[in-house]
Design a protein. Sequence first.
Length: 328
Amino acid sequence: MQQLVAFDAGGTSTRAVIMDRTGACLGYGHAGSGNPVSSGIFAVQASLRTALQRAAQQHGQSGSGYSSAIIAMAGSSVQTFGKTFADGLSDLGLQGRVVIESDLLATFFSATYHDQGYALVAGTGAIAARIRAGQLDAVADGMGWLLGDAGSGFWIGHQVVRAVCAALDGRGPKTSLCVPLLAALGIDPDLPPLVQGRAAAAQQLIDAVYELVPVELSQFAPLAFDAVNGSADGVAQDILARAARALSTTLSAVLAPAVIGPLVFGGSILARGSALAAYVEEAAGGSAIRVADGVVGAAVLALRHAGTTIDAEMFARIRRTLADLRSA
């Protein structure tokens, strides 16, 4: 029986699954980053290769003879690097065509086999999509840290840093965010109070933050959630409330009365922020299905491209057999 390969190539990790045309998953493997923008093409190719080799090892095969492959990755990567990957994957043992798909579709199809509905993903970045006839019909935001990604991990982390800076020099209210942020950056809060008129801790904070790549500010997003849960910090509450409103606005931009279907949430921000997610759900007028990653959806996309019609039974088989492999 023909075997297919599906990759869910994310910014943190790359996952590969080998399956047959019935939707039975036969091997699963994971590796490093699958984002060519942040990690580079060659690093991503290595991740794809390693993930597939591990999946083939679990399956007990040599890693060759696959009739086709799907790679689900971030939208900008699809446009910029799609052909490059399609031309450069022959050493993975793939004999058929390679199709690059959006990770948004993989997120959506990880929750449902129906071909229309909505997805909202908020991790390092933030983007919403309307899916119609199994394709992206409309997207909003996902424009990166400089132009958008409102409500994302980067956005929240940026607001945390700004709030602490304002608190340290008296422009903003005091906040419990100061202590954990300074600690995360290795800054002693008990430094001499002033250096050339500025709080010494504030100056070290400025220096440390400007040494970071902008998207690395997303690492500070969890501090806002911790502050809300631990001390009901008003500044942190305001940051998360504004993030929730921003994500709701992004989702609202793709909602259409003619498209009725599931709402799917993905990404660490929506997974961690139950109150934040609840706000977005309420604003959208429905409950969402949450998914941890897009590997099930990548498998669905691979089968769809192979001409297979996905029904409830096959979707359940994909999820069940993949879960068994991941827990092995």
